[in-house]
Design a protein around this ligand. Structure first.
Ligand code: MRU
Length: 358
């Protein structure tokens, strides 16, 4: 596929990195320059950058930024520790930091900054290629449905696993973009994804790319699946355990349950950096609990076009805000990776331990 990001989600800018601030989307397109370790950690924590592969790449740039200021052993340990503590669920963060540590720790401090920039850039480029390969493999699923029935292939997704969440075309949306490039008609059902509304980012991406789509309330997924209005569900992932259980944005599990009941195939799209072979099953995946105010409030533009957070309930209304849930492997038809599509329990067939250790 030939997809290129309309705006780079992250790029090097001298001794810093420039990211697209996703907390302002889809209302405003603003770039933000990150120049210190603390700014990078804040960008990940506050979700200025988000999406598992992009979180990993951003952390890698964060290490490079830190090494530019101080490349001693303590500074390196501190950078790795600070970034590792930003968000707990997406394992890509730990994959990227593990890779940075393995590359930099054996080096003399004077050699670290340059090596760190090269490694961060390599992670970004690798993610671009990985997304394209996921797009090619996932395209087969869409082509197969298009060959069977007339009309657009109706793909339901959740959250945002498009280009905004990666350094390339995305994961779950990469097959959609690949089909669109080939002229295969697709229509994407995009769930809002309360409380942070990442579905609005997906709708924004698809609108800009000219891909047919409908925004739906999260709670509408069940009726649409039951009525046969989706041919396929594809979502991204934040961590896939060794047995195929998969953590992704909260609400994914409900879609998988409804898809199973309706007989609609449910797929996960995820790169190797999202696979956690050291984690035996979903129960061991750490699930991020975020600020309850994300549930109490909604955000949007006021009459003057200013972004506002509006409180829907009294401040002291108790609220619970798990940011992810776990979809058991039994509900997942397959996992679309850069090496092909595997049954959830059979990922090692694509990524043998001898070749790619966890
Ligand atoms: O909290 P977020 O917005 O970082 O969560 C994002 C998701 O859950 C995505 O589906 C996942 O990271 C895959 S992104 C290619």
């Amino acid at each position: 596929m030939t997809f290129t990001q309309p705006i780079s989600t992250i790029r090097r800018d001298r001794d810093g990195a420039v990211v697209l601030d996703q907390t302002l989307l889809p209302h405003r397109t603003e770039l933000r320059r990150l120049a210190t370790l603390d700014e990078v950690a804040h960008a990940i924590r506050s979700m200025q950058v988000r999406g598992a592969p992009l979180i990993g790449a951003t952390a890698a740039y964060g290490v490079a930024i830190a090494m530019t200021h101080d490349s001693g052993n303590r500074a390196l340990e501190q950078a790795l520790g600070t970034l590792a503590a930003t968000r707990p669920t997406a394992v890509n963060l730990h994959w990227a930091l593990g890779r940075m540590g393995a590359r930099l720790l054996p080096l003399a401090p004077a050699a670290r900054a340059e090596a760190a920039w090269l490694e961060a850039e390599a992670i970004r480029l690798q993610d671009m290629e990985t997304c394209a390969a996921i797009g090619r493999h996932g395209l087969a699923l869409i082509e197969e449905i298009a060959a069977r029935r007339p009309g657009p292939v109706r793909v339901m997704t959740h959250c945002n696993a498009g280009w905004l969440a990666t350094c390339g075309a995305g994961t779950a949306l990469a097959p959609v973009y690949a089909a669109h490039e080939r002229g295969i008609p697709v229509h994407v059902l995009v769930s809002e994804t309360r409380p942070r509304n990442q579905g609005l980012l997906t709708a924004w991406e698809l609108r800009a790319a000219g891909v047919s789509h409908s925004l739906i309330a999260d709670n509408a997924a069940g009726i649409l699946l039951a009525r046969g209005e989706a041919d396929l569900v594809i979502t991204g992932a934040d961590r896939v355990a060794a047995n195929g259980d998969t953590a992704n944005k909260v609400g994914t599990y409900l879609k998988a349950l409804a898809a199973q009941d309706a007989g609609v195939p449910f797929y996960i799209a995820a790169p190797f950096s999202t696979l956690d072979f050291a984690c035996p099953a979903g129960a061991a995946i750490p699930i991020e609990d975020r600020d309850a105010d994300e549930v109490r409030c909604v955000s949007g533009l006021d009459a003057d076009g200013r972004l506002q957070s509006l409180r829907q309930v009294p401040d002291d209304t108790p609220a619970i805000n798990p940011a992810f849930d776990v979809t058991p492997a039994r509900l997942i038809r397959g996992i679309v990776t850069e090496r092909g599509i595997a049954a959830p329990g059979a990922l090692r067939e694509l990524f043998p331990a001898a070749e790619v250790p966890a």
